[in-house]
Design a protein around this ligand. Structure first.
Ligand code: NCD
Length: 303
């Protein structure tokens, strides 16, 4: 039995197979409409989410399966003091596969270590968000036609943004990826990530101004300042509008640069950018459903 804790749990070849499956689902949804009949997905969300939870639920429903779960830990037995390990043992009796989001780094891993059903990490604190990374990779592969041979700018909260941490790890396995980290000093990418890049001999730059590097990017991955992980409101207020991508800034970018964002967006992308053909963040949401369908089928051995 397999779990998904990090995008690195799948080899590059396995990821290619997963993305081929996701693209086939996109083209032939009917072929997959009953694949999970009689199966149940449990969504165990101890932290707020709209897209990730509903994307999982929609993926399972598209496969003909059913969904149970909770969207708020305070409504579950966690509020009575139940451990994540006990919860997953109990859920294993009800469901065939589970997706868990938790504010504590490593909680889904603890659950996976005692679970009888596949567990998917749907985001653990500021650590990892592997299914967002699968979504990002599928979007890039589908819209750019390749994974590798590009310069990607990651912009915003690189310190607390778990989607950024997962994506950087995943992209280190592809050829000729050049990273440009664009953040205020206080929200720089953590040292453990830059050290990992140095060890692997992967080139990266760190800059503060988006304007300085936008022209050379093939992909721009914008992120929200992660309010809930700040220790004080003052710092958040000072940093929250540090970057606002607008039409003027975008006019300096390549014609075929893609703008990605895991969403939710707050202020960091002006609404006027939505109509630019380079804006890919809503398409990204759609790819998220296809890739989660492919993932559920793969982990349930139904692919
Ligand atoms: C991200 C998350 O939860 O980390 N959202 C998502 O799952 N699409 C990004 C964010 O909340 O900023």
């Amino acid at each position: 039995m397999r779990h998904l804790m990090s995008p690195m749990d799948f080899s590059v070849e396995e990821l290619d197979k997963l993305f081929d499956l996701a693209n086939d689902i996109e083209k032939n949804p009917q072929k997959y409409a009953k694949k999970c009949e009689g199966k149940k997905l449990a969504t165990l969300f101890y932290e707020p989410s709209t897209r990730t939870r509903l994307s999982f639920e929609s993926a399972m429903l598209n496969l003909g399966g059913n969904v149970i779960g909770f969207a708020d830990g305070s409504n579950s037995s966690a509020a009575k003091g139940e451990s994540v390990s006990d919860t997953i043992r109990v859920i294993s009796c009800f469901a065939d596969i589970a997706a868990m989001r938790h504010p504590k780094e490593g909680a889904p891993m603890v659950a996976a270590s005692v679970s009888n059903i596949p567990v998917i990490n749907a985001g653990d604190g500021g650590h990892q968000h592997p299914t967002q990374t699968l979504t990002d990779l599928l979007t890039i592969r589908s819209l750019k036609g390749r994974l590798g041979n590009f310069t990607i700018g990651l912009c915003g909260d690189l310190k607390f943004g778990r989607t950024v941490h997962s994506l950087i790890h995943a992209l280190t396995r592809y050829e000729n990826v050049h990273f440009v980290f664009i953040s205020p000093e206080e929200l720089r990418v953590p040292d453990y990530i830059t050290e990992m890049l140095q060890e692997k001999g992967i080139a990266y730059e760190e800059v503060i101004k988006l304007e300085d590097s936008i022209a050379k990017l093939d992909l721009l991955y914008m992120t929200r300042v992660q309010k809930e992980r700040f220790f004080n409101e003052e710092d958040y207020v000072r940093l929250k509008d540090f970057y606002i991508l607008n039409a003027e800034k975008l006019s300096h970018a390549k014609e075929d640069m893609l703008v990605l964002h895991p969403l939710p967006r707050v202020n960091e992308i002006a609404v006027e950018v939505d109509k630019d053909p380079r804006a890919a963040y809503f398409k990204q949401v759609q790819y998220g459903v296809y890739v989660r369908m492919a993932l559920i089928l793969t982990l349930l051995d139904l692919a």
